[in-house]
Design a protein around this ligand. Structure first.
Ligand SMILES: [Cu+2]
Length: 483
């Protein structure tokens, strides 16, 4: 090849790269993953994305992707308002994103492709620097898309707790535990009914007059469960003494299902939802945790025995979702008794009396969610207001204004809806008014309706989506932008 020829080819290649970069910088969904050199200073935290094995029980050892050799990853404790840096090293062949769920941080470090956060490239690294807020139970997880690949994104073991101090005051307590509900080895199935969904017995204000009866497409199921990295009966029991107060930080880290749990013989005193203290703590027998949601609760250990805490769904519990709570000097078999059938109801934790929401909204967005059944061996898709993702300039926010979102669930499934980088105040659930409950993920019931308010105080793109990975991947999302 002649030299002149070579130079021409070289400059053409350069021009193409520059054009690709320009295009990438103009499209938030295509942010270029430039490799970063190791930084000169050491970060406060290093997270290594790498293959891990998880020993759910002696005869059930799984391979997945996790953080720092484990799944769940390390519990990250941060101080509210104190800047922190996290080096993420990606020892896999897949571009990755780490999302800091429930934190009010800028789009470029939120860990979301649609918001324009750069990927952590395969075999590369990227530093996330941000100021953690607000305090409470948060978590971190992969926000990569998975589509038909059940070995990607939130289907893997890439998740862990974040706890931001100062904590909400739980009062005196004797033990503190972080417990993540998980399913493993997901598979496609055409016949899945979510038996845990206690919302299907409630009011159905959004049930369409004519139902779409087209045959359903593939759903994702599991037959392997755990709390943290152990299946029921395989790990050490949670050992307690009569009279102790045990603080539990519960997280549903599932990519596929909402989950209802109970602890036989005991009640959970609910202190915080999604890490935010509730106006009216109440004791309940069972908790419904949507995928992505957290609950902080105190359990008074006042009923000596050996008890099972776990999924109220018998099949799910027997496939591993549970742990044993053991009082000292007890020698009986672990016991399970179904809790009362009282449905989970956010509004009982709201402000007492007819307290109005903290601020009157300036503008209301109506959002109707629909599922388009795909038929055998295909993937269902989801529409927001009749249109597929992406959509242009539908949800544009004015900084400082207060917005109301009316979420109308016209599907036969309960969906955990998550808005990134903002805090939602629950104001209405199926017609029941409430106030003072602050969340980042809200389960909108089966054919039900939930209304939330939020202040547009976080400029930048913010993703709104169902926290069930398959639903998000196949269209159940919207992008909020600032004017
Ligand atoms: Cu969903």
């Amino acid at each position: 090849m002649q030299r002149r020829h070579f130079i021409q080819l070289g400059s053409l290649a350069l021009a193409q790269t520059a054009a690709a970069r320009l295009a990438a910088s103009q499209m938030p969904g295509m942010a270029a993953a430039q490799p970063q050199a190791p930084p000169a200073t050491k970060a406060d935290i290093t997270l290594r994305i790498e293959p891990v094995t998880v020993e759910l029980s002696p005869d059930r050892i799984l391979s997945t992707i996790g953080y720092n050799g484990t799944s769940p990853g390390p519990i990250l404790r941060m101080k509210e308002g104190k800047p922190i840096s996290v080096d993420v090293i990606n020892d896999t062949d897949t571009p990755e994103l780490v999302h800091w769920h429930g934190l009010l941080i800028p789009s470029d470090v939120d860990g979301v492709e649609e918001e324009g956060t750069p990927f952590v490239p395969p075999r590369g690294r990227r530093r996330y620097s941000f100021t953690p807020k607000p305090f409470g139970s948060r978590w971190y997880h992969s926000h990569a898309m998975a589509f038909a690949d059940l070995h990607k994104g939130a289907y893997t073991g890439q998740f862990g707790f974040i706890y931001i101090d100062p904590a909400a005051d739980p009062g005196r307590y004797d033990q503190e535990h972080f417990l993540a509900l998980r399913d493993w080895e997901p598979f496609f199935t055409s016949s899945m009914v979510d038996d845990d969904d206690d919302t299907r017995h409630g009011p159905q204000p959004e049930k369409p007059a004519v139902l779409n009866t087209d045959p359903n497409g593939l759903e994702v199921g599991s037959m392997t469960y755990s709390i943290n990295d152990k299946s029921l009966g395989a790990g050490e029991p949670l050992r307690v003494k009569a009279g102790q107060r045990v603080l539990l930080h519960l997280l549903n880290a599932s990519a596929i299902e909402n989950r209802r749990i109970a602890l036989t013989g005991h009640k959970f005193l609910i202190l915080a939802l999604d890490g935010n203290p509730v106006p009216t703590p109440q004791a309940v027998e069972a908790i419904l945790l949507g995928a992505g949601e957290r609950v902080d609760a105190i359990v008074e250990m006042n009923n000596p025995g050996i008890w099972i805490m776990g999924a109220t769904n018998e099949k799910v519990r027997s496939f591993g979702l549970g742990l044993i709570v053991e009082y000292e000097n007890q020698h009986t078999q672990p016991k399970w008794v179904d809790p009362s059938k009282d449905p989970w109801d956010y509004t009982i934790f709201g402000a007492q009396g007819a307290t109005p929401p903290s601020r009157t909204p300036d503008h209301t967005f109506d959002m109707a969610f629909e599922k388009i059944p795909a038929g055998a061996n295909k993937f269902n898709t989801f529409l927001v207001n009749g249109k597929p993702y992406p959509r242009e300039n539908e949800f544009v926010l004015k900084q400082g204004a207060r917005y109301r979102l009316i979420m109308r669930n016209r599907t036969d499934d309960a969906h955990p809806l998550h808005l990134h980088r903002h805090q939602l105040e629950l104001v209405d659930m199926n017609g029941v008014k409430t106030s003072g409950i602050i969340k980042d993920t809200v389960v909108v019931p089966f054919f039900g309706r939930a209304t939330v308010d939020f202040t547009a105080d976080q400029p930048g793109l913010s993703l709104f989506h169902c926290h069930i990975q398959q639903h998000m991947d196949y269209g159940f999302k919207a992008l909020f932008r600032y004017a």
